[in-house]
Design a protein around this ligand. Structure first.
Ligand code: ZN
Ligand code: ZN
Length: 686
């Protein structure tokens, strides 16, 4: 017969089970009132123990403590345990340990349930020294051989990163059940020691221990960390053989393992075979496709997931947005943003930061800044990506102002923040500020300069023509200069026509076996500008010998949702006649405004009028012409160029922006150029 806990006719029958069955704080309080009204002088200890624990579970620690204090009998270890447990449940780990101290002072001997609770408190709050002291108490109390206590110890040491101590306790255990093995296995996996975790797994199988879901999930996580498809496949076959594959948690762990080990095909295959796909599985595959550059597939999955009846969450968006930013797919970014707004999804810090990054990387700094401003808790990641956004767009002043503001807000910059700051200085040509920030990074913030910071500084000096200072910095570097550093120096030599140092930088680059044809092109540009045609031919023939070709540069423009791509001298576009007609028209206009072709950028030693014709058909000019035809007045023309844009196209774009009164946003391999009214934000440094 079911007993109602509020039945007034049966007060004496209220038992600890009745307390246990209370599903809400109010029913618990009613039951407690019944107990207090009952004719018995005071409730027995087991009933009080239940009350103390139940109040703790419902988060009413005050009632829990008062039930303990009003017990009316001498408390035993079980009653103390329940008070400790109530405190742990409410994350008051220090108080839990103080209750234990009082328990010992009151002369109550802790039992085998007391210590695992205390270990949990120590691991949740990283109080390893208390954990070590408690280990001593365990030895003194003779509970060391109790498997329940020992497992608690292993787990506590593992969670505090004391792997050696954990192993010692485990090895000293007389009998080990699965729980003990799992504590060791999970501990290794969570401490980033996947090889050891796999070793434990093998040990378990040799010892004939039953492997359960927890162990399987830990082993798969270890394979993900090892990025070992081979080991992963082996565990996968074991999973299938033992009938675990239908479990959605195990299947999702496998999916994540294949995805992070580079087995995208296997991940997709597994996903298709999964009977039940939860949100985690979908998010995992979406993020995996996005990371592998398959953003359109990622977006398709994102839509399909909703057809299947699941609602995307912050993780779904966080998986897709970074890739959208990396590939500058503003259109997709906007779709994601619209989706968030339409579905009133929660804009947590992570999603807003990712979204902000998309806009910043795609050239829409105004929306990026608006998103940055609405963030309540701005992390160092958010500050850094907004600073970097300003830097690459040539808004150096804004970047540095934001950096100062960040410090005024007591946010400590990290090495990534400084990459943004120094690159903003390089792109803006702020030489003194660059030197100053480099100094402050090392001396005020104790950040050891990495190769990226040196690259920014060499770039800064080289662009400004301070080639000696750039070379001095390279000589003084405690780390080996990278290809990027020599490339920056080479770029400076090209800009400032320094043949000797350019040749030296190029030799260092070729020693590093750099197969980037861009560097060969830079060197041949230096020779070409100096009229050293024999050297130009030599560089070009050595490129041919090495099988390096100047990558065919292309420019693209997004019109509506379609991307149009052009190569130099392109005649393949369906609207090609219209495009060349427009181009002729614009070139004539800018000619009147004073345009003189920068012929020195053309490699071939041919007559100037031929060079002019080559220049005229550069891909960015074709894309701009198409933009002028297909976009409406007042709209910025956004062009993406796969290589560093050439000086001539830069000059032409500036003049076009002036004569047709249109803003041109040009993203090249180096940076963004916001060109308006004849002026570019790069200040002609790039
Ligand atoms: Zn060009
Ligand atoms: Zn520019």
């Amino acid at each position: 017969m079911a007993i109602s806990c509020t039945d007034p006719t049966l007060p004496s029958l209220i038992s600890s089970q009745t307390v246990d069955s209370c599903r809400s704080l109010s029913t618990l309080k009613q039951t407690h009132a019944q107990i207090l009204k009952s004719p018995a002088p005071s409730p027995d200890l087991s009933l009080t123990t239940k009350l103390v624990a139940s109040y703790g579970r419902f988060g009413d620690l005050g009632s829990s403590i008062s039930a303990f204090n009003r017990c009316g009998r001498a408390p035993d270890a079980f009653l103390f345990n329940s008070l400790i447990q109530a405190h742990i449940f409410n994350s008051l780990f220090g108080s839990a340990l103080r209750i234990y101290v009082r328990m010992v002072e009151d002369g109550i001997v802790p039992n085998r349930f007391t210590f695992p609770l205390l270990f949990k408190a120590c691991s949740s709050s990283f109080m390893i020294s208390s954990g070590v002291q408690l280990h001593g108490h365990v030895v003194k109390s003779g509970l060391e051989s109790n498997p329940f206590v020992a497992v608690g110890l292993v787990d506590m040491y593992m969670k505090n990163g004391a792997i050696g101590s954990a192993r010692m306790v485990f090895d000293g255990m007389a009998e080990r059940d699965v729980v003990a093995w799992n504590a060791l296995l999970t501990g290794y996996s969570q401490n980033g020691m996947p090889a050891e975790a796999l070793g434990v797994y093998n040990g378990m199988r040799e010892a004939g221990v039953d492997v359960d879901f927890v162990a399987v999930a830990s082993v798969i996580a270890a394979c993900s960390q090892l990025r070992s498809i081979h080991q992963g496949k082996w565990v996968h076959s074991w999973v299938v053989k033992n009938g675990f594959e239908a479990d959605v948690v195990v299947a999702t762990a496998l999916l994540d393992m294949y995805a992070s080990s580079g087995g995208l095909d296997l991940a997709i295959q597994l996903f298709e075979e999964m009977v039940i796909r939860d949100l985690i599985a979908w998010n995992c595959l979406i993020a995996c496709c996005a990371q592998n550059g398959m953003i359109e597939d990622a977006f398709k999955l994102f839509v399909e997931m909703q057809w299947s009846g699941l609602k995307p969450n912050g993780s779904s968006l966080a998986g897709i947005l970074p890739a959208v930013g990396r590939f500058g797919a503003l259109h997709l970014g906007k779709s994601c943003h619209g989706f968030i707004v339409r579905n009133s999804l929660e804009l947590d810090e992570f999603v807003v930061t990712a979204l902000m990054d998309v806009y910043a990387k795609s050239g829409d700094l105004i929306v990026a800044r608006r998103l940055f401003n609405i963030m309540r808790n701005k992390s160092v990641v958010a500050w850094s990506s907004m600073i970097a956004g300003y830097g690459t767009h040539g808004c150096g002043d804004e970047a540095l102002a934001l950096f100062e503001k960040m410090q005024a807000n007591n946010i400590k910059p990290n090495y990534i923040t400084y990459i943004g700051v120094l690159s903003a200085c390089a792109h803006g040509g702020f030489i003194d500020k660059g030197r100053d920030y480099f100094h402050r990074m090392v001396h005020n913030h104790g950040i050891l300069p990495r190769v990226q910071h040196y690259t920014c500084m060499v770039d800064l000096f080289s662009r400004a023509g301070l080639l000696d200072e750039a070379m001095d910095l390279i000589d003084a570097m405690p780390i080996e200069p990278s290809a990027g550093i020599w490339g920056a120096l080479l770029g400076g030599c090209r800009k400032h026509g320094h043949v000797g140092l350019g040749k030296y930088a190029a030799e260092r680059l070729f020693e590093l076996n750099s197969s980037d044809p861009g560097f060969y092109v830079l060197l041949s540009n230096i020779y070409a500008a100096a009229g050293m045609w024999a050297d130009v031919r030599r560089v070009r023939s050595s490129m041919r010998e090495r099988g390096l070709w100047k990558p065919a540069g292309w420019s693209s423009i997004e019109i509506g949702s379609k991307v149009h791509c052009f190569i130099s001298g392109d005649m393949a576009h369906p609207d090609t006649n219209e495009i060349y007609k427009k181009l002729e028209e614009v070139m004539e206009e800018i000619g009147k405004a004073g345009y003189v072709p920068v012929t020195k950028v053309v490699l071939h030693d041919v007559e100037d009028d031929v060079k002019e014709n080559v220049l005229k058909c550069h891909s960015e000019k074709l894309a701009i012409a198409y933009g002028l035809i297909r976009t409406s007045v007042g709209q910025p023309i956004r062009i993406m160029k796969s290589l560093r844009t050439c000086e001539d196209c830069h000059v032409a774009a500036k003049l076009i922006s002036k004569v047709v009164c249109r803003e041109i946003v040009l993203r090249d391999a180096v940076r963004f150029h916001h060109i308006k009214d004849g002026v570019c934000t790069c200040g002609d440094y790039w």
